[in-house]
Design a protein. Structure first.
Length: 239
């Protein structure tokens, strides 16, 4: 699917994808990591031993620093730019070194690290954008084997991640361990059909206009506001 060009600087800071540098404190990195895995504020507070109010304050600052409109956009940024480089408190580097995230370098090195980790698995990825914002980082399944495998074997699908299956007009969730949201895309990248919280052992058909499908975490459609008629672009970030 041909991907529309990404917005340029002249088209306004507010409409640009989250590709700028960001400086976060060690505590903000801890909360950012948990947030990106789909944890709620109370869950983050319990895991880190802080108050819910403290978590809320940190989340607000994180979103402001990222210029992210919501938690879903922030999670997409994390998986695209921070996780591939091991950013955050789990890293043994000095906090002053690891708080500066350079997206371009992160994206350039992501493929090599993924190949080393996954061996022969298809590790290509695509940034999924809607309304000028990155909404998730999706694995690309465009070979017969990758399409057949789909999400089989995945333990979970974290918020901010997804699977882009192309070409594809219908999917099933047989033997999956979790529900998913589904967005069918036309050949021009327009969302032609959505399905929320599709449970395991179900079948879904996108219709004659469907050209590819995004398999997303359950609840993603509600949180991101992605709906039928929205224009979506899937831009490969490696290989």
């Amino acid at each position: 699917m041909a991907a529309p060009r990404r917005p340029t600087e002249s088209e306004g800071e507010r409409d640009r994808p989250l590709t700028h540098k960001v400086s976060l404190s060690p505590r903000e990195w801890e909360i950012f990591r948990e947030l990106s895995r789909g944890a709620t504020n109370p869950e983050i507070a319990e895991r880190l031993g802080v108050s819910v109010h403290t978590v809320k304050s940190h989340v607000k600052r994180i979103l402001l620093k990222l210029d992210a409109s919501n938690r879903t956009a922030a999670a997409a940024w994390y998986f695209a730019h921070a996780e591939p480089r091991g950013e955050g408190v789990a890293n043994d580097e000095s906090p002053h070194r690891r708080t500066q995230v350079e997206p371009a370098r992160a994206l350039m090195g992501a493929q090599q690290r993924a190949l080393e980790k996954r061996g022969s698995r298809d590790s290509r990825r695509a940034l999924v954008l809607a309304r000028g914002r990155e909404i998730c980082l999706a694995e690309v399944a465009d070979t017969h084997f990758a399409r057949a495998r789909g999400l089989l074997g995945w333990r979970e699908l974290a918020m901010g991640k997804g699977l882009w299956v192309r070409p594809c007009k219908a999917i099933h969730t047989f033997f999956l361990k979790f529900p998913i949201d589904v967005a069918y895309l036309g050949s021009d990248g327009t969302v032609v059909k959505t399905c929320s919280r599709l449970r395991p052992f179900r079948f879904s058909v996108g219709g004659r206009r469907a050209h590819s499908v995004l398999e997303l975490p359950a609840g993603f459609l509600d949180r991101s506001g992605l709906k039928v008629g929205d224009g979506v672009s899937c831009s490969p970030v490696d290989g």
